[in-house]
Design a protein around this ligand. Structure first.
Ligand code: AGP
Length: 614
């Protein structure tokens, strides 16, 4: 939910930290701050409400030299966005500085105890307790105490999630970082070291990274690094190599990351399928599933767990799995599953879907499944992310970094991976080779079909411009079109701040249709599929009440153009794969409305890319 970048080495820290903040800004952008200790041991501690640009402007007027420091861009949880609540937070003596990502569940109790001991707090945040706990620990340890020992001592009192970076004036040339449930990676350079919330801030400096695991600390100096657990024991860690390129972080000529990522759909589909289509056998090659085929053959129930857009992918996944494999499936919000898990047993499979692999609710739901001895499969985009590393089995999307807060290409990739998984499970059961081949053959056509839809972006833009000022929309769909309707509504909501409700079409008559007027248009996802006739009936019902209708329909359908006010076309495809195509016009529709309304598309208000707090 927030972004942390820290550096220690031989270069000037400031430009490295600012660049890192810009690359992490999609994780949270309501305030930002920096703490750099210069060569004389003085601290430059600057914080501001607003975007990283505000901080950069502040620093331009107060240049600072220093070769180690920490920086933070925030998504507020406790305490409004303000300079005082921005990180890094300092202790009473302005000696210790801490940047934190996560939530301290017992912060109120800790704060009260620290205040009773005379500590003065300067912010409303939960995170400030770290600075005072470390200050107190340094006092207990005395002059022989190291910063890392003080951090370990402080963390013993903390309940909740954290990724933290700590520097101290009295401990020059040392950077201490620690992690529990909130991601933190070490970047291993040539006599310089980094720590960041995710790889996007490291890629320009080094590909050599170490993923910290829960309850581990990193101690970084210009001469080297050590990873230890909070009982001070060294922990051997594998250096891994980042893939991808810094260009992935650029917009590539598009106006927004979201627009670029919508247009990446064809390549994203190719990457999701690459090396995974076994056409002759009519099945998919998914090594994680192949390695557990015996156990998976005994699965008699599947529960998809996720949030937001990934939850809607799970809804489509449920239909796919039941249609192809005949395995009873359901889709639950991870945030609900955690507190109200249904009866579980070892014949249940939990499938966690997460683009970031760091969504706190989904991560905790995986852990809850493990507590019930339920096998888990993760479908994740970010390699090495927490969910990817904690789930029992995993399938990566390989969609590349998704920077826009609104998820687009990840959704397309999740649907493709889910269809491969459903084919795999089906062929392990009663799905015929022929049916398996049919689906795989159509999957291989989808990149080209997606390109065709994208080539009509200008027509969708014209339609979006016509509807940009409407304040309310319904998005409607039935069966495979229902998850797409929900996703289309979410896209429009989150980037244009327009009220949009997604509904199962059949539900309209049970109340919502009361809202339909000429000022309350509906988008109806109505490709030529098994429920098309029902969708046409729904369109008539809306039209009869003066409602305007924008339909997503299969090209060549000459009937629907006479009924709906507007039609966005997709190429013909198989019903089970149609969400992969029908969602693209809705992504573009939302994007262009938001653009027409002048919204901040890649960083919508109140949101962040990865919800790593509960
Ligand atoms: C989607 O556009 C949103 N940004 C949000 O709903 C997102 O899908 C959700 O937070 C889940 O994120 P994840 O896939 O990284 O777990």
């Amino acid at each position: 939910m927030c972004g942390i970048i820290s550096y220690i080495g031989k270069q000037d820290a400031l430009p490295i930290l600012l660049d890192g903040l810009y690359r992490l800004e999609y994780r949270g952008y309501d305030s930002a701050g920096i703490a750099i200790i210069d060569h004389d041991g003085n601290v430059c501690h600057m914080r501001t409400a607003g975007r990283v640009d505000e901080l950069a402007n502040l620093l331009a007027a107060h240049p600072v030299q220093g070769s180690f420091g920490i920086a933070h861009t925030r998504w507020a949880t406790h305490g409004a966005p303000s300079a005082a609540n921005a990180h890094p937070h300092a202790d009473c003596k302005n000696n210790v500085f801490v940047a934190h990502n996560g939530i301290v569940e017992n912060h109120a109790k800790l704060r009260a105890a620290l205040e009773r001991e005379g500590h003065i707090f300067a912010s409303e945040t939960d995170s400030e307790v770290f600075a005072h706990l470390i200050e107190r620990a340094l006092g207990f340890l005395g002059n022989a105490g190291t910063l890392e020992d003080a951090v370990s001592e402080a963390l013993r009192h903390v309940e909740g999630a954290y990724g933290i970076a700590v520097v101290s004036k009295k401990h020059p040339q040392k950077l201490v970082v620690a992690r529990r449930s909130s991601p933190l990676l070490l970047g291993i350079g040539d006599n310089e070291f980094f720590a960041a919330s995710d790889s996007s801030a490291l890629l320009r400096h080094t590909r050599r990274i170490i993923y910290l695991d829960d309850n581990e600390l990193g101690v970084l100096t210009p001469d080297g690094y050590e990873v230890r657990n909070i009982r001070h024991k060294p922990v051997p860690k594998q250096i891994e190599l980042l893939t991808g390129s810094p260009e992935d972080m650029e917009k590539g000529g598009y106006d927004h990351f979201m627009e670029k990522e919508i247009h990446e759909a064809p390549d994203v589909l190719r990457n999701a399928l690459r090396g995974r289509v076994l056409y002759e056998d009519g099945t998919a090659k998914l090594s994680a599933l192949d390695a557990s085929a015996d156990k998976l053959s005994r699965i008699n129930r599947i529960i998809f767990l996720s949030q937001g857009t990934s939850y809607y992918a799970g809804l489509a996944g449920k239909y796919m799995m039941e249609e192809l494999a005949g395995v009873p499936s359901e889709t639950l919000y991870a945030s609900e599953f955690r507190y109200a898990p249904p009866p579980l047993n070892e014949q249940t499979l939990v499938v966690a879907i997460s683009q970031s692999g760091e969504t706190a609710d989904t991560l905790e739901a995986v852990r809850e499944a493990h507590r019930h001895h339920v096998p888990t499969l993760a479908i994740v985009n970010v390699v090495g992310s927490s969910i990817a590393r904690e789930a029992g089995m995993g399938i990566y999307n390989y969609a590349g970094p998704e920077i826009g807060v609104a998820s687009t290409k990840a959704f397309i990739s999740q649907l493709a991976v889910l269809s491969l998984a459903a084919v795999w499970f089906g062929r392990q059961r009663n799905l015929s080779v022929l049916r398996g081949r049919e689906i795989l053959q159509e999957l291989r056509q989808l990149p080209h079909k997606a390109e065709k839809i994208l080539s009509n972006a200008a027509r969708i833009r014209a339609l979006a411009d016509e509807y940009a000022l409407y304040e309310n929309f319904f998005f409607l769909g039935r069966k495979y079109n229902w998850p797409v309707a929900l996703e289309g509504a979410l896209k429009l909501k989150e980037i244009s701040y327009t009220h949009a409700e997604g509904y199962a079409s059949g539900e309209m008559k049970h109340g919502p249709i009361a809202l339909v007027t000429s000022a309350f248009p509906s988008v109806v996802v109505a490709p030529s599929d098994s429920v098309y006739e029902k969708s046409v009936s729904n369109i008539h019902e809306l039209k009869a009440r003066g409602g305007k209708v924008i339909a997503v329909a299969t090209e060549g359908n000459t009937e629907i153009v006479k009924i709906a006010d507007h039609v966005m076309h997709i190429p013909r495809t198989q019903e089970i794969l149609s969400p992969i195509l029908t969602v693209i016009p809705l992504q573009l529709f939302a994007y262009f409305i938001a653009k027409k309304r002048g919204c901040d598309i890649d960083k919508p208000r109140n949101l962040a890319k990865s919800v790593t707090v509960e």
